[in-house]
Design a protein around this ligand. Structure first.
Ligand code: ZN
Length: 425
């Protein structure tokens, strides 16, 4: 009756420990280090050994790891480390109607109403003076709340929906204290947690997150309820597939996890950056010292863009195309779009289907309704950047971009199995 496997437990813990991309990358580099992967620095010369396993990060929020193969060619899985959320403004604090509040910006396509009436807290990265490294911070206790207006003061809310103005209605309530300003209180709390002086803090990059831990749910434990399943669940699947694929493979196996997908990817560490291109070229050059070999390797390579997919919602089933209705625990979804919002084409789709067959995993297909706009992923961006054959796939989920999303326990196992099959020689 309890299918709460170690793997799902491990996924839930990973997501709970990863309220921000900085935390997700640190969790994953810790896992990679524990599995024998060696850290590389972009600023240093690389000496790679055959079958060596390495990783590197950019801005502490994007991560690439790889296992060196014996011949030119890369098998790559890409995903993203960021999720839509609310971020503190640089000078966040102010007082209004007796309450201390913190101003926030909307990061990515947040389903705003889901952030109300939750037990929220803060996490992120703090830049300290002197030669100290940036520090990660996460307050575990609830500190903040965005209270909804009582129904008595908003009588039409159930008929008209909850309309939230980003500037006026999202700043959370932080305190009732009168002796100090909210910015000073926050700085003092951060300093206490990092064991430094408030004056040492130069910058804070803090985001709000939901303190409720993820859970296995449903009558038979079929479901996962958690924040940030999009897209930490895909990162988790690919990371474990790479870490557990220890057989020699002629191809170099790579995972590339980017920050900033939710805001368009055009940053120094996003999928639109040369991060992956640089790493692949450096791998080729350290192996063969030939640029031609790099281009030959790219021509033999394959990129799986892994990002969550829209499962059909039983209460809104007409929002899906009738022939393309992925269900939770029905297996990974191949996403395609005539307008190339997804990078999938016929050859890559057929190849992925046969990979699923080999792994004994069911597979589903998604195309958006013809009268609706299509979402996108890092797939087309990477395909355009590298010219590598690419496919867009991902596990089906509901409540995408809600503070608490929903996916399937079986699907997570399925995806790891397919990725492990991919990383087999
Ligand atoms: Zn996503």
């Amino acid at each position: 009756m309890n299918p709460k496997t170690d793997r799902i437990q491990n996924l839930l813990e990973f997501i709970d420990q990863s309220p921000t991309p900085f935390h997700a990358v640190r969790e994953m580099t810790d896992t990679l280090s524990s599995k024998g992967f060696i850290e590389l620095k972009e600023t240093e010369a690389w000496k790679l050994v055959p079958e060596g396993r390495y990783f590197l990060t950019r801005n502490d929020s994007s991560l690439i790891a790889f296992a060196v193969g014996s011949k030119p060619g890369f098998k790559i899985i890409g995903a993203h480390t960021d999720s839509p959320n609310l971020r503190l403004k640089p000078q966040a604090g102010y007082t209004k109607s007796g309450y201390q509040q913190l101003g926030v910006e909307v990061y990515g396509g947040v389903l705003l109403s889901t952030w109300t009436d939750r037990d929220l807290s803060l996490a992120g990265r703090v830049i300290l003076g002197g030669k100290k490294k940036p520090q990660l911070i996460r307050f575990e206790q609830p500190l903040l709340r965005i209270p909804q207006l009582a129904i008595h003061l908003n009588r039409d809310v159930n008929k008209k929906g909850l309309l939230l103005n980003e500037q006026n209605h999202l700043p959370p309530i932080f305190s009732l204290q009168k002796k100090s300003t909210p910015d000073a209180i926050l700085k003092k709390m951060v300093a206490q947690k990092l064991k430094c002086r408030p004056a040492d803090i130069l910058e804070m990059e803090l985001s709000l997150y939901d303190t409720q831990p993820g859970a296995v749910a449903g009558a038979e434990g079929e479901f996962i309820f958690s924040g940030r399943l999009d897209n930490l669940a895909s990162c988790h699947s690919a990371l474990h597939a790479l870490a557990e694929s220890t057989k020699k493979d002629p191809a170099t196996r790579v995972i590339a996890f980017y920050d900033h997908e939710e805001v368009g990817s055009e940053t120094a560490q996003g999928a639109g950056s040369p991060f992956l291109k640089d790493v692949l070229e450096r791998i080729s050059l350290t192996e063969a010292n030939s640029r031609e070999e790099y281009f030959r390797a790219l021509a033999k390579s394959f990129f799986i863009s892994a990002d969550m997919a829209h499962a059909v919602h039983p209460n809104y089933s007409d929002m899906h195309d009738g022939q393309h209705m992925p269900i939770i625990n029905g297996g990974p979804v191949i996403k395609s779009n005539a307008g190339q919002c997804y990078a999938t084409e016929g050859v890559s789709s057929a190849w992925f289907e046969s990979l699923c067959k080999k792994a004994k995993v069911p597979v589903q297909k998604f195309v958006v309704r013809s009268d609706l706009g299509c979402g996108s992923t890092i797939g087309p961006i990477t395909a355009a950047n590298l010219g590598i054959r690419t496919i867009d796939v991902g596990n089906p989920m509901l409540s995408m971009h809600s503070i608490r999303e929903m996916s399937g326990t079986k699907d997570h196992e399925f995806l790891i199995r397919v990725f492990k099959e991919y990383f087999k020689p």
